[in-house]
Design a protein around this ligand. Structure first.
Ligand SMILES: NC(=O)c1ccc[n+]([C@@H]2O[C@H](COP(=O)([O-])OP(=O)(O)OC[C@H]3O[C@@H](n4cnc5c(N)ncnc54)[C@H](OP(=O)(O)O)[C@@H]3O)[C@@H](O)[C@H]2O)c1
Length: 332
């Protein structure tokens, strides 16, 4: 039994190495001259890093965000990565959660100016943390609007044209919090779980039209948005997320773009990310045999690992509660 298990693991590792090498070479052979890539949230953080990657592969780029000054500065940085004189860059200052027709008109203008879309990368998003009692209704509605409505509106605005051209890729940026609910991230998680459902359904609706969907599940990433998010994190959430790795936006942007170009449904990074996509694969589309083998072979074992992590998190929460009660006893 032991030898059979070792044999299976060795075969999987060999397939992984072969597949990784093959795909890496394929990506860097791929240039995107003349292709139009639109990135929402492209003025900073992960979205800007995706735009820089696309610029280095020769694509024409549109970035979308609200703050026009930041967009202008990002546009200059992205242009500095161009490899051809005739590459184009367009930027749109709009709130993607505002009235649908104005969002549609703004994105249509970019498509008319730069050309049909090859890829839409939805990166606009934000996090506000807090337990349900702590969060204001305004913040709850804001999270739903920015994370969910903005992504749905941007995607709806481009989907018909993509179907007509018969190809295209749409990236939906969720989070690892789309796979598991964590203390202090309830509403954020709700918006990101919703995006997972949206991505799965969209994949079913568009596959026959040659459109690929990638669901990006970044882990903690050192961006301006993350610095902002940390200000509202309860102690429990901070302690739980400290057990994970902090990635750079360049690493995450590179991974998302690579997975989107390869047509992978899940885009994730780091050990925990891979654990989650294997353990929570559910009805997600399968885009690689290797991924399928891992899901079939390891999901039972992963359930046990997940229960271990969960017990660790509950212990943190209990300790914080006891410390809080002790402190308030001392004060009173
Ligand atoms: N950083 C992390 O640790 C992490 C982890 C998991 C998932 N994610 C997800 O990854 C995505 C990018 O995160 P990030 O950390 O790179 O965020 P960020 O640094 O705050 O950047 C967010 C970008 O989205 C734009 N944006 C926000 N709301 C918008 C709206 N209503 N309309 C148009 N543009 C809007 C922002 O520009 P304006 O403010 O000028 O509009 C900015 O360009 C988000 O969906 C986030 O939830 C991040």
């Amino acid at each position: 039994m032991f030898l059979i298990s070792i044999g299976i693991i060795t075969i999987i590792v060999v397939i992984f190495i072969i597949q990784f090498k093959f795909k890496t070479n394929k990506l860097y052979d791929k240039m995107l001259y003349g292709h139009h890539i639109m990135i929402t949230g492209g003025s900073r953080g992960i979205g800007k890093c995706v735009a820089m990657e696309a610029a280095r592969l020769g694509a024409n780029i549109t970035i979308v965000a609200r703050d026009a000054t930041r967009l202008k500065a990002a546009a200059n940085d992205i242009k500095s990565q161009f490899i051809k004189k005739n590459q184009k860059l367009h930027y749109i200052s709009i709130d993607l959660g505002s009235e649908y027709n104005s969002v549609k008109n703004a994105l249509d203008c970019a498509i008319q100016e730069i050309g049909p879309l090859y890829m839409l990368v939805n990166c606009a998003g934000m996090a506000i943390c807090g337990t349900l009692e702590e969060m204001s209704i305004n913040d709850i509605l804001k999270l739903i609007n920015v994370n969910l409505i903005s992504t749905i509106q941007a995607t709806k605005a481009v989907i018909s044209d993509m179907k007509k051209t018969g190809h295209g890729t749409i990236v939906i940026t969720a989070s690892q919090a789309a796979m598991c609910g964590i203390y202090g991230l309830g509403v954020y998680s709700a918006t990101k779980f919703a995006l997972r459902g949206f991505a799965e359904a969209l994949s079913m609706e568009t596959k026959a039209y040659g459109i690929k969907i990638t669901l990006a599940l970044p882990s903690d990433t050192d961006t301006p948005g993350f610095a902002e998010e940390n200000k509202s994190k309860p102690l429990e959430t901070l302690l739980i997320s400290e057990s994970g790795h902090l990635f750079t936006p360049e690493q995450v942007g590179h991974q998302i773009f690579k997975d989107a170009l390869e047509g992978n449904f899940f885009s994730t990074i780091g050990f925990e990310g891979h654990l989650l996509t294997i353990g929570c694969s559910g009805m997600a589309p399968c885009t690689s045999y290797f991924e399928l083998v891992c899901q079939v072979v390891f999901s039972g074992l992963l359930r046990l690992i997940v229960i271990y992590y969960q017990a660790k998190f509950y212990k943190i929460i209990k300790t914080c509660k006891l410390e809080r009660e002790e402190n308030s006893r001392k004060i009173s």
